[in-house]
Design a protein around this ligand. Structure first.
Ligand code: NAD
Length: 256
């Protein structure tokens, strides 16, 4: 059980982050949810998880595009045994038209935020004598697709950072790994469907099967519960010597 551990999950009022937070809370961890908004429904998500699991669940607002807010998130939480760097956005465009502000935002949110949160969290993990850093990278941290330069660059960067942090903590009871999901049906992916339907003049079903899941040999989406389960595995004693590596949850994508 993860009882007594505090888990901070960045970008967790939706999608994979929320799913991972739910699974960690079910496993007994106190969870800190996060996004850049501060709405009643954000706090209600934490209250609902606390009620369902009997753990302490909080929501802390912090914008992961800003380094100081990333660090403040960890400080405000006060403890961080498990850090799940999950916040992320996507933008799809040929490189010549790729908006510079989108490039900057993707590099900041998808990659640099993990630099800041990890730097702030490691001292707390050392003090506690145990820690797990789990970076939600992507199959796009290991392979590429056209029109996703910023996302692919940021996710490869996260995989590289994962290795460096693992080496810096190698002789301590702290591990740092990246989980590389293939396609998971979350709002981030849902948002790509209408444009792709237009681009290829295809129905929703054809886009899902022939475009989105084209490279996912299982022809099934991975689920947020499976990503939560993989995160929990990385927190077990069985995974204590797993560090500086990637675990693909991609239905065979990277085997192709
Ligand atoms: P999502 O859009 O459902 O969730 C993204 C989360 O990040 C949301 O909670 C959002 O509020 C948060 N966020 C965005 N900008 C933020 C900011 N500036 N500060 C704080 N939080 C911010 O998307 P998702 O699919 O759940 O994606 C989560 C992570 O998983 C991302 O890093 C994404 O790249 C990665 N991923 C997703 C898939 C997939 O198929 N869905 C595949 C591989 C990797």
């Amino acid at each position: 059980s993860l009882s007594g551990k505090t888990a901070i999950i960045t970008g967790s009022n939706s999608g994979i982050g929320l799913g991972v937070a739910r699974e960690l809370a079910k496993a007994g961890a106190d969870v800190v949810l996060n996004s850049f908004t501060d709405r009643d429904e954000d706090h209600a998500l934490a209250a609902e998880i606390a009620k369902e699991t009997g753990t302490n669940a909080r929501y802390i607002k912090a914008d992961m595009s800003k380094g100081d807010e990333c660090r403040a998130l960890i400080e405000k939480a006060g403890a961080c045994d498990i850090l799940v760097n999950n916040a992320g956005i996507q933008h799809v465009s040929p490189i010549e038209q790729f908006p510079v502000d989108k490039w900057d935002a993707i590099i900041a949110i998808n990659m640099s935020s993990a630099f800041h949160t990890t730097a702030a969290a490691l001292p707390l993990m050392r003090e506690a004598g145990w820690g797990r850093v789990v970076n939600i990278a992507s199959a796009h941290g290991l392979t590429a697709s056209p029109f996703k330069t910023a996302y692919v660059a940021a996710k490869h960067g996260v995989v590289g950072m994962t290795k460096s942090v693992a080496l810096e903590t190698a002789q301590e009871p702290i591990t740092c790994n990246a989980i590389c999901p293939g396609y998971v049906l979350t709002p981030l992916v849902e948002a790509q469907i209408p444009d792709t339907m237009k681009e290829y003049n295809m129905s929703r079903e054809d886009v899902v099967k022939n475009i989105l899941l084209e490279r996912q040999p299982s022809k099934e989406f991975a689920t947020v519960e499976q990503l939560g389960g993989t995160t929990i595995f990385l927190c077990t004693d069985a995974a204590a010597q797993i560090t500086g590596t990637t675990i693909s949850v991609d239905g065979g994508w990277t085997a192709l």
